[in-house]
Design a protein around this ligand. Structure first.
Ligand code: JFZ
Length: 577
């Protein structure tokens, strides 16, 4: 991300980002005309996310437009929405001021296709939300679809009504998009952030015009990472995508409670509250923010299933929020098998997703612990602990005696008071269950030749792996030597396509496993988006005969290039046999 943009110094950028870093958890609202068909057009269920129905069903502008005349959300109550966000423990609210369908939820002089001028409801719902957000101390932010506008003859996305060859994007920018961005930045007081989306083939100059418009009118307003050309104040992850390791810099995951953003009557695939709380602490442990979506109905009601989950999250945060708000990433770059670590100066928070044995061991903590207690325990009763170093492997270990039953049904938090800034061993340490997890994106990459560079993609894999010369290496600390099964996780394309039969090998220095990548199992990973699956392939066994440091290398000996997809390596796991 270009953070020195607009002459900003690092210090003023940090200042601008402060509320956002403190917040960690926000509410996304996708609301518009698409809530009326709620996923069904002419009696037929339309596949895909609800707010895309106009595109998916190729609905002509003159038909879709008519929905505005029927948009009458009599149950809409800005106060109720804002209250829910507050109760959920969310600190900002990002609403679709205009989505790809081109309909604006705010009063606009640039286009009459808006809530006030085109609906029987006639109320400026954005003005009402702005008022309530201000009262409640919630930052108000606007999603604005800058490139796609299926209603405007000169914008992108609608190729069923308009001929792309005859379009003049500059005209759309001049007469609708830029004026509307100015409206949302001048009509509603201070705005926390503008959330641009799907930049597609936008030029850099066009992106700059959109970003400049924000900074000129409200210098403190943030711009998300989807304006285009890597310009913006922080990175936006792919939808629902959580990176596999800690990342440098600020980032945010926009995410759904079910599988749609805009309301769909028949989408009942709700995530459990426990998995939502797990995602929240996982994201914070890797340095990011969680922007969690609700899709209100055409009547203006947030679905009950969403309300229930958000309230439960809020209840959890009321007790355990210290581990989330203003917290930084884990001092270790790697995931933990039992949960996620967050931190603050002088504090380490162990967020247990699965409650461990009474005798829990944390590997790699180098800071001296002064006290350990359960965050939800008002008395902060001391948990007995002991710190030592395993001399064979040079691994620092903290042993904590825990109660046998988990304190919280979602995520239980243990606080460690430590001296100074928390520090952890950056090496990959064998987990307590004996497994060794080697994430592709955390390998050091040896590439003898120029070109064909492997890159960390947005979905947690290395991408662009089309040639065999690359060698991945990881430094590992082994505690319990032994024999391990080598399991390779590679990722399919969006939709499930996968190219297998590559030959790969893993070398521990004293033994080597080689094998073909065959589809032994297909799994989904809740941390990447649902349409990308992980393929598990067992390629053989290796031995590590002594404890301590070792370097593990992985390479592709032959790449199958028929489909040209390359190897999208997610991780290699060594599982003790
Ligand atoms: C976009 C929109 O098209 C969608 O309707 C919704 O508003 C969502 C939040 O954003 O969809 C995207 C954009 C980017 C990715 C995936 C879906 N991505 O980077 O993976």
């Amino acid at each position: 991300m270009t953070t020195e943009y607009n002459g900003d110094s690092k210090a003023s950028h940090n200042e601008k980002m402060q509320w956002w870093r403190e917040a960690r958890f926000g509410m996304f609202i996708h609301w518009g005309l698409y809530a009326i068909p709620q996923g069904i057009w002419k009696g037929k269920e339309i596949d895909g996310i609800g707010e895309w129905i106009m595109h998916r069903a190729r609905i002509p502008v003159n038909k879709y437009e008519k929905l505005a005349g029927a948009f009458n959300p009599v149950e809409f109550n800005a106060k109720r929405w804002v209250k829910l966000a507050k109760r959920a423990g969310m600190k900002y609210l990002t609403i679709t001021s205009k989505h790809h369908d081109g309909f604006a939820l705010f009063k606009s002089n640039a286009s009459p296709y808006n809530m006030v001028d085109a609906t029987p409801f006639k109320r400026d719902v954005i003005a009402e939300l702005a008022k309530e957000c201000k009262k409640a101390g919630l930052k108000l932010c606007f999603y604005y679809s800058q490139k796609q506008d299926w209603h405007h003859p000169d914008a992108s996305g609608n190729d069923w009504d308009f001929n792309p060859d005859e379009q003049d994007f500059a005209k759309y920018m001049e007469e609708k998009a830029l004026p509307q961005v100015k409206e949302i930045l001048t009509q509603y007081g201070p705005i926390g952030m503008i959330w641009y989306d799907t930049p597609q083939d936008i030029t850099e100059a066009q992106t700059r015009a959109f970003v400049d418009a924000v900074y000129e009118l409200q210098p403190d307003c943030l711009v998300n990472g989807r304006a285009g050309h890597d310009i913006g104040d922080y990175r936006s992850m792919g939808d629902n995508m959580i990176p596999p390791v800690r990342l440098k810099g600020d980032w945010e995951t926009p995410a759904t409670l079910n599988d749609t953003w805009g309301f769909k009557k028949n989408d009942k695939n709700w995530k459990s509250t426990k998995s939502l709380v797990c995602r929240l602490v996982d994201i914070v442990s890797k340095g990011g923010n969680y922007l969690l979506n609700v899709g209100p109905t055409a009547e203006g009601v947030i679905p009950n299933a969403s309300v229930k989950r958000l309230k439960r999250m809020g209840k959890w945060l009321k007790v355990n929020g210290e581990s989330v708000y203003g917290a930084s990433a884990s001092p270790s770059p790697h995931e933990q098998s039992w949960g996620s670590i967050t931190s603050k100066p002088g504090r380490v928070y162990l967020n247990f997703v699965s409650w461990p044995d009474r005798k829990f061991k944390l590997y790699g903590l180098q800071s001296k612990v002064k006290k350990a207690y359960i965050l939800s325990d008002r008395k902060k009763k001391d948990l007995p602990f002991k710190q030592e170093n395993f001399p064979d492997s040079d691994v620092d270990v903290l042993r904590i005696n825990l109660h046998s039953s988990r304190p919280d049904k979602y995520v239980s938090v243990v606080v460690l008071k430590v001296e100074g800034e928390p520090e952890m061993d950056p090496s990959i340490i064998q987990q307590a269950d004996g497994s060794v997890v080697l994430e592709a994106v955390s390998a050091s990459i040896q590439s003898p030749e120029e070109g064909s560079q492997l890159v960390s993609g947005r979905f947690g894999t290395l991408e662009n792996w089309l040639r065999t010369e690359h060698v991945l290496q990881w430094d590992v600390k082994v505690i319990k030597p032994g024999i391990f099964d080598v399991m390779v996780f590679s990722q399919t394309e969006h939709g499930g396509e996968w190219e297998g039969a590559h030959r790969v090998s893993l070398d521990t220095g004293e033994s080597k496993a080689s094998g073909e990548l065959l589809e032994n199992e297909r799994k989904s990973n809740p941390r990447t988006d649902v349409l990308r699956k992980e393929i598990l392939s067992r390629i053989g066994r290796v031995m590590v005969s002594r404890a301590g440091r070792s370097t593990i290398a992985f390479q592709a000996d032959h790449l199958n290039t028929e489909k040209g997809l390359g190897l999208k390596l997610r991780a290699v796991h060594l599982i003790p046999v």
